[in-house]
Design a protein around this ligand. Structure first.
Ligand SMILES: [Zn+2]
Length: 245
């Protein structure tokens, strides 16, 4: 069976035309959502996904551009009288949600269940076998390797170029990796094309995401730079781009 991947949001915290905040939809029999930044609910609707069928979310980390629509999704399911939401996220996700409970007491009714994930954890969700790896960010952050049938997808979340994430992506059918800024930006916590391209080995296909406004107009050049250094085919991601694995 094939796996369909849809980039729901390829943007960041700063608004820009055509780019919603971070979210990726992965579908085999049941859909799985990776991150849930602002704008995700609208993008899910555009992708033809009813919230009735989406009950599981994997979070890479707890920055707002990756979690802003999570409570909106929980609320949408609650208002539709659907069972609660299963949320997988890094250590700290449970405390974060408990803190939100004090601001929104009715969150209790939405029945959000948290499963905290540590680097090197192996678990199964919605028919996917998932392995978590540590990403390199100022806060606790995970990258995920997601296997369904014979297909392997790796998602970096937000990270500096990381040998661990590159190793996680070896042999993957598709790597969705953040590439926030074009060259010659010198940044921490995020990725630029050359460092990423030099790290990647043996990846079948790469799609770049998480573009800051500074990347506007440079996206295709960024993809070319990663491709030339890694030897892999690389595309710049756009919202609602779909790929079949
Ligand atoms: Zn981000």
């Amino acid at each position: 069976m094939s796996t369909k991947v849809t980039l729901l949001g390829t943007g960041v915290g700063i608004p820009q035309p055509g780019r919603s905040q971070a979210a990726i939809l992965v579908e085999t029999e049941r859909p799985l959502l990776l991150d849930c930044g602002a704008g995700t609910l609208l993008r899910l609707d555009e992708a033809g996904i009813d919230v009735e069928n989406l009950d599981t979310v994997l979070l890479t980390h707890l920055h707002l551009d990756h979690v802003s629509d999570l409570l909106a999704l929980a609320n949408a399911r609650y208002l539709r009288r659907l069972p609660g939401l299963e949320v997988y996220g890094p250590v700290g996700t449970a405390t974060w949600l408990e803190t939100l409970h004090s601001a929104f007491p009715y969150l209790e009714k939405m029945q959000v269940t948290v499963h905290e994930v540590r680097p090197m954890d192996d678990f199964s969700v919605q028919g996917f076998d998932i392995f978590a790896e540590e990403a390199k960010l100022s806060v606790t952050a995970l990258a995920y390797r997601i296997e369904a049938e014979e297909n392997v997808l790796v998602y970096s979340g937000d990270t500096e170029p990381s040998p661990r994430v590159a190793a996680l992506a070896e042999g993957a059918d598709l790597l969705i990796h953040e590439c926030s800024f074009p060259e010659p930006f010198d940044v921490t916590n995020h990725t630029t094309p050359k460092k990423l391209g030099r790290l990647l080995k043996n990846v079948n296909r790469v799609v770049l995401t998480h573009f800051y406004p500074q990347a506007l107009g440079c996206e295709e050049d960024m993809a070319l730079e990663v491709s030339e250094l890694s030897g892999a085919p690389v595309l710049a991601g756009w919202d609602m781009m779909t790929m079949i694995l």
